[in-house]
Design a protein. Structure first.
Length: 686
């Protein structure tokens, strides 16, 4: 329903927190009180899950005190109190405690929800090396005889093979393991993930030594990535015994190899870290990854042995805004170091792809149309660097600027200036005479001086340019280098056939417009070419994007009559829509929700450092909905036939490619109605 649009729980998210409470060694009453205090805070945050450290109700560092009946009895009473106090709390609580069953002591994780003990998970891998000697006190889950235990008057599932399924939230499937379990070649959480667990949690004590924090991060990142899951980690902090060890209170939340939240280590305060887990993203990734399911088949006996514990989960009422960083530019990292690495890789992938195509074909020359716009500029500088790498003269790049009826003085000067600065062979061909002849041949009214600026008028020019390029390539034994980008392919913003849709090879076809802008900025800032070239490149980046096919105001020759973004929407917003629609297959309402979270606040602070202040925009929900509707109509309903027959082009980014030989295969005659109806039905107008 539209009234639920502003809650994360409508869009496949669950809020997860990791808690680091203060504790006292061998004082379950105090420890339970601190656990309950943080659990209430988690409930006030509308969390669905709250994770606590290993043996947090007793403390981990009790050593042989774990053999004392008084301590074990006090732990049981602390659990009884915790169950009573949890009845009105929102989240599932995962807390740690030592418990005795079958005459053996187990290091356990207890899964608690609204006064009910859903299950008990004993630790499987008991460390007994270096500073650890847990086998002195504890048995492994493998040593348990029963699969259920009697505890506090109820029969409770017991084992490391439990998945807790939350009815009410699709795909919220929880698995718990304890500390050392994840430090092994095949952790219990791996089998659980294969059996469908999406949220994996680790109750840990984990003393700190130099360098261990990075190892934890890597461990959680890899486990979340290989399992395609969320992975939550909670290590003990203030209060554990420092007789021989120290503790840093390290809390982590990862999802699919991405760190969403991390605690401040060595804090003297209790801590809660929070993030919203995207369950739909996890399921989408698993659904697409065939090797994940092949691994399931390889371990089917263990996977089939996993037990599921269903429970009814009550979703928090009312709006629950997203607590998760959503990048405004999913193709363009905000972090300057990461952006530098991304641009370096993209640029060199393009160069490598073109170099291979030239060497394999034996062709030593390139024909390229240079308009003075972003796309042809990026293709031209890639071609220049490719010639350098192959040891060929840049004069082998035959650049043609082809002014038409609406070419502005600015783009014309930039095109010529860039070719001259790069020392390529620059030529000008005025396409107006041949375009007029075509208009006359087909009976278009413009031939008689009437100003009819229709799609035919525009495409005659676009087709004329490409026709010239192909014949020039024949004439010079050269390869036509395409310039169209991923954003244009997604929106069908190209002239089909012998137009800018076609070339012999295209270096930009999997590079979105937003990344091309930053690639050119990166080329400027890193000094890939001389300062004169950099100045022209900056002018090109600063020029408004326009196809320049319809004449503008004669009094202002540098102001285009057409603004591409007025027609098809802001590229920064449409690239956002493209990423979440094609990469993850999200419903339009979720894409709109994410867009509002990313773009609705001017002070969001996610701008790449290279982005000028005057280029920083924001969008409200009506604007987001309007342009998303146009995107869905064009992407699903009208443009696929153009993507079905695109030239070869190297895949550049993880955001994907729309080549039918790569990431995207779709029918050319599908309908867009199902996406447009979902958007209309589930996204409010404000």
């Amino acid at each position: 329903m539209k009234s639920e649009f502003h809650s994360i729980y409508t869009h496949g998210f669950v809020r997860a927190v990791v808690c680091i409470p203060h504790l006292k060694v061998a004082d379950p009453v105090y420890n339970a009180a601190r656990t309950i205090h943080l659990a209430r805070q988690a409930s006030e945050m509308n969390a669905a899950l709250a994770l606590f450290p290993e043996m947090g109700l007793s403390a981990y560092s009790n050593e042989d005190l774990f053999h004392q009946d008084a301590l074990l009895a006090a732990v049981v009473e602390a659990i009884r109190h915790l169950l009573a106090e949890s009845r009105q709390l929102t989240p599932v609580l995962v807390v740690g405690a030592p418990l005795r069953f079958e005459g053996k002591l187990f290091n356990c994780g207890l899964v608690v929800y609204r006064g009910r003990l859903l299950g008990i998970v004993p630790k499987t891998y008991i460390p007994n090396y270096r500073e650890f000697y847990e086998k002195r006190q504890f048995a492994s889950s493998r040593d348990a005889v029963g699969r259920e235990v009697s505890f506090l008057g109820q029969t409770v599932p017991f084992g490391n093979d439990l998945i807790f399924d939350a009815a009410g939230i699709r795909d919220f499937c929880l698995h718990a393991e304890i500390c050392e379990d994840v430090w092994t070649p095949i952790p219990p959480s791996t089998i659980a993930a294969m059996a469908g667990a999406t949220v994996l949690v680790n109750l840990s004590a984990s003393n700190i030594i130099i360098g261990k924090a990075d190892y934890r991060r890597n461990l959680c990142a890899v486990q979340s990535g290989t399992c395609m899951a969320a992975y939550l980690y909670s290590a003990a902090g203030q209060g554990e015994s420092t007789t021989d060890l120290a503790w840093d209170g390290h809390a982590l939340i990862y999802e699919n190899n991405e760190c969403l939240a991390e605690s401040q280590r060595f804090s003297t305060d209790e801590q809660i870290i929070v993030s919203d887990i995207d369950l739909e993203r996890i399921i989408q990734e698993r659904m697409r990854m065939t090797s994940f399911h092949d691994s399931v088949s390889d371990h089917m006996d263990r996977v089939r042995g996993v037990r599921r514990v269903p429970f009814d989960f009550l979703i928090p009422d009312g709006p629950v805004p997203l607590k998760r960083r959503i990048e405004r530019f999913p193709f363009v990292p905000a972090d300057s170091a990461e952006l530098d690495e991304r641009c370096y890789e993209a640029y060199n992938i393009q160069v490598h792809g073109l170099a291979k195509r030239l060497t394999s074909s034996g062709i030593k020359k390139i024909v390229i149309g240079v308009s003075g716009g972003l796309d042809s500029t990026q293709a031209l500088i890639v071609a220049a660097r490719t010639m350098d790498r192959l040891g060929l003269p840049r004069a082998n790049i035959l650049g043609f600027t082809m002014p038409g009826f609406a070419t502005s003085d600015m783009t014309y000067k930039n095109a010529l200036g860039l070719m001259q600065a790069l020392k390529v062979t620059a030529t000008e061909i005025d396409i107006r005479p041949t375009s007029l002849q075509m208009l006359k041949d087909i009976g278009h009214p413009y031939k008689d001086g009437q100003r009819v600026y229709d799609v035919t008028f525009e495409n005659v020019q676009a087709g004329d340019r490409t026709s010239h390029l192909f014949r020039l390539a024949n004439h010079h034994n050269a390869l036509v280098l395409g310039t169209g980008d991923l954003s244009e392919l997604a929106l069908g913003w190209s002239t089909y056939g012998v137009g800018d849709h076609m070339s012999h090879y295209n270096v930009n076809a999997s590079v979105p417009k937003t990344l091309i802008q930053h690639l050119i900025r990166w080329v400027i800032q890193t000094g890939q070419f001389d300062k004169a070239t950099g100045a022209i490149l900056q002018s090109i980046v600063d020029t408004e994007i326009s196809p320049e096919l319809v004449p503008g105001d004669d009094a202002d020759p540098d102001k285009p009559a057409q603004s591409t973004e007025e027609k098809i929407g802001p590229y920064e917003l449409q690239d956002f829509n493209l990423f979440y629609t094609s990469r993850f297959g999200f419903r339009p309402s979720k894409v709109a929700f994410l867009a509002l979270a990313a773009w609705g606040d001017r002070n969001h602070g996610q701008w790449p450092q290279s982005m000028p202040a005057d280029k920083r925009n924001q969008y409200d929900l009506p604007t987001i909905k309007r342009w998303l509707a146009l995107f869905l109509h064009r992407f699903f309903g009208t443009s696929q036939f153009k993507r079905t027959c695109v030239p070869n082009s190297p895949k550049v980014g993880s955001g994907g490619s729309l080549s039918p030989r790569g990431d995207w295969r779709a029918p050319s005659d599908a309908e867009s109605a199902v996406w447009l109806e979902e958007l209309k039905a589930h996204v409010p107008d404000r």
